[in-house]
Design a protein around this ligand. Structure first.
Ligand code: SF4
Length: 501
């Protein structure tokens, strides 16, 4: 997609500031990373779950970028209603002799880092999920304009990434424009970046790339980015890792030689294991890139989607960050995020990026799509074309199932592979047995039917004030009396007898 500057619509409210800011009313230091701003302490929220928001870096020619210029469209910080959430877009135009569109995602991902250096400013997530809070305390100290934030961020970009020779910012709080640009300008660029990787596979390259940016809050997290496994934050693909390693070989994105293949299906390599062991301080000795259950990839906290195992159906569900309802396991995204994150390998939960659903090797060790049983409709629609056609309608959404019981019923009805046993497409191995309990129940039912056929007489049951009296058939003189029993009835079915009967 052609990179171009956004035309500022006529009649919108704008504020422009050019040149470096010499004095900021806030402290800027890595020590503010990890600062949390709770609801009661927040002056305003920008983007997040209630309002649209995004961040985007666009590489342009040097002559198109006006260095250290900020344009703000919409209300500024001192005009935004206190205590409320507002739309927010942060667009940066960058230029430099080494800067090209390959570097955009790498620069964009650092917006998260650098903005968290700002005292009283909290930045979470990435791309279209950005969620910012500004504290009351920061406003009290003199922070009154988003142009101050933009200037501080641009200064950090230029200091920390010297290959950026020019940078210009466009910040927007005008809701209509944020939504329009997200849909028509930013999403096509994100999609283009993700699609680029589809024709390249793990076996086609000699090196993968690491990312250790999130070790600042999850010290044992080691992201390994391969052609078939984009980053779990969704911001970095193999091409992006390669571009970053080219301009900064000692930075957070380093080349990881693959070494020998240990498990081609799970995606385990000697080089990755060695790197992970070193970088996680020995915490993580083995990683299988395409396995959900065995030595899964670490999950820091930036994942766009969480995978969760549901033993009741022996299947895997996926829930994305924007889905606020509980999944069929009864847990919301945020509750599961607490269990999944932290940089550990948690069997049963896995953080991934949306881009991983495009991968031909998507959890292939565990049956790939044939092990997937549930995902929110919104997420399913987004990645529908990557789901094999024969399983697409067998994956439930919240419209089909909200609880485990409903999910069980649905999966039985559509005859999902988990019910009878999953055959792994990559090698044809049958990797699950199917619902053994269901089979047992079916056998017991059959046995009971046989017994009923041979013993047509039914027990005599009568309800008395002192309990239930049961006289088993063919046992004259024996009467069973059950007292003080609590009886729960799930369902009563009334059927009209057929006329001929
Ligand atoms: S989630 Fe992984 S790839 Fe993304 S910024 Fe963090 S460490 Fe890097």
């Amino acid at each position: 997609m052609e990179r171009r500057k956004i035309e500022i619509p006529e009649g919108v409210k704008t504020k422009v500031s050019v040149g470096e800011e010499l004095d900021f009313p806030f402290d800027i230091s890595p020590m503010h990373e990890g600062e949390r701003i709770r609801k009661g302490e927040m002056y305003v929220e920008l983007g997040g779950p209630k309002q649209p928001g995004f961040e985007l870096v666009v590489a342009l020619k040097p002559e198109e970028v006006e260095d250290m210029k900020v344009t703000l469209i919409g209300s500024d910080l001192d005009e935004l209603e206190e205590g409320k959430a507002h739309p927010y877009a942060m667009i940066y135009y960058v230029a430099g002799s080494q800067v090209d569109p390959d570097l955009e995602p790498i620069i964009e991902r650092r917006n998260h880092d650098f903005q968290n250096f700002i005292e009283g400013y909290m930045h979470l997530n990435q791309r279209y999920d950005v969620w910012v809070r500004i504290s009351k305390e920061a406003v009290k100290k003199g922070l009154n304009s988003l142009t101050q934030i933009a200037k501080a961020t641009m200064m950090l970009f230029k200091n920390e990434m010297p290959f950026i020779e020019k940078i210009e910012a466009l910040y927007i709080t005008d809701g209509e424009l944020v939504e329009k640009l997200l849909k028509e300008y930013a999403m096509p660029i994100y999609d283009e970046r993700d699609a680029r990787i589809e024709s390249l596979h793990d076996e086609d390259v000699e090196e993968f790339y690491s990312c250790t940016l999130c070790q600042s809050f999850a010290p044992t997290n080691v992201c390994i980015i391969s052609p078939d496994r984009p980053s779990l934050c969704g911001a970095i693909t193999w091409f992006d890792g390669r571009a970053a390693a080219r301009v900064d070989p000692e930075g957070p994105n380093r080349a990881v030689p693959k070494g020998e293949v240990i498990d081609p299906i799970g995606g385990e390599y000697t080089g990755v294991n060695e790197f992970a062991k070193d970088e996680s301080g020995g915490e993580c000795e083995r990683i299988k890139l395409h396995s959900f259950f065995e030595y899964p990839h670490t999950s820091c906290g930036c994942f766009e989607v969480i995978g969760f195992y549901m033993p009741e159906v022996d299947g895997i569900g996926w829930v994305h960050r924007g889905y606020g309802e509980p999944a069929p396991n009864g847990l919301t995204f945020s509750t599961m995020a607490g269990q999944t994150g932290g940089g550990k390998q948690i069997v049963g939960f896995l953080g991934v990026g949306v881009g991983y659903f495009r991968s031909k090797k998507f959890i292939q060790a565990d049956g790939g799509w044939y092990r997937v049983v549930w995902m929110p409709k919104e997420l399913k629609q987004r990645i529908e074309k990557y789901i094999p056609e024969d399983i697409r309608d067998k994956i439930a959404t919240e419209e089909d199932a909200k609880t485990i019981d409903e999910l069980k019923e649905f999966l039985k009805k559509v005859n999902h592979p988990v019910v009878t046993g999953v055959v792994r497409p990559v090698d044809g191995a049958k990797i699950t047995e199917g619902w053994v309990e269901e089979k047992k129940e079916a056998e017991v039912e059959k046995e009971e039917m046989k017994v009923e056929e041979t013993k047509p007489a039914a027990p005599q049951v009568s309800f008395t004030p002192s309990g239930i009296s049961i006289t088993p058939p063919g046992t004259p003189g024996i009467k069973l009396v059950i007292k003080n029993a609590n009886i729960y009835i799930d369902k009563i079915v009334l059927r009209k007898k057929k006329e001929e009967e």
